[in-house]
Design a binder for this molecule. Structure first.
Ligand SMILES: Cc1cc2nc3c(=O)[nH]c(=O)nc-3n(C[C@H](O)[C@H](O)[C@H](O)COP(=O)(O)O)c2cc1C
Length: 197
């Protein structure tokens, strides 16, 4: 599943992907600590560090079930097999003055980028999910106002997609196309492709 890139990039970037098929193999606490340590060291606007996580390992069956129940059905079908689940929750307002932090969701994403690359470097795979039930998560975990459950994060070892049900296997195989640089990198005026590409 390694990306065939048009220009050279770091191997970790080309290797990272979001599988649907996960092996029945647990992720060590040491690896999990390092993944969230990588998230911790992400850059953030005003160093606000708006990211928060709720984690549940598969072995912690009740908590894993609880977190799984915060995903939409279409994600539960495959995410039930992963070794660990997390919810990414962003603090929407600055701690110092309670004003809205426009970068809150952006910076949760940056932390996710760090986490995912750290995981890739350890031979792990991460599949992020916008398909969660934020209201249910808020209720089940008593998430206070001003904090927004944004994403689910599935962590584990990728398995051969051959073991997936037909429908998921098709989804797995079909969803890695990329826009060309000309479609999103402009010069001088919106929509005019940069001649770099
Ligand atoms: C913030 C975010 C939310 C996503 N939400 C879902 C989701 O709810 N369900 C799903 O199956 N995939 C989800 N994905 C995975 C994307 O579909 C996937 O990253 C994209 O197709 C590109 O594939 P790749 O990650 O293998 O390069 C999400 C990815 C991100 C970054």
């Amino acid at each position: 599943m390694k990306a065939v890139t048009d220009h050279p990039v770091h191997d970790l970037i080309a290797t990272r992907w979001s599988p649907y098929s996960f092996a029945d193999r647990s992720v060590s606490d040491e690896d999990l600590r390092s993944l969230f340590e990588a998230a911790r060291w992400a850059a953030s606007s005003y160093n606000e560090q708006p990211w928060n996580y709720i984690i549940a390992k598969k072995e912690d069956a009740d908590e894993f079930e609880r977190l799984l129940s915060c995903l939409v059905d279409g994600n539960q079908v495959w995410a039930k097999n992963v070794s660990a689940l997390a919810l990414g929750i962003s603090s929407l307002n600055f701690a110092r003055n309670n004003k809205p932090n426009r970068a809150a969701i952006h910076d949760l994403g940056l932390a996710a980028g760090n986490l995912v690359l750290e995981a890739t470097s350890r031979g792990l795979a991460v599949h992020q999910m916008i398909g969660i039930l934020p209201d249910k998560a808020r209720e089940l975990y008593s998430i206070p106002e001003g904090y927004e459950p944004m994403t689910g994060i599935a962590i584990g070892y990728a398995d051969d997609p051959i073991n997936l049900p037909e429908e998921l296997r098709t989804r797995d195989a079909a969803r890695r196309p990329r826009k060309t640089p000309k479609e999103f990198i402009f010069r001088g005026r919106w929509g005019v492709p940069s001649s770099l590409f």
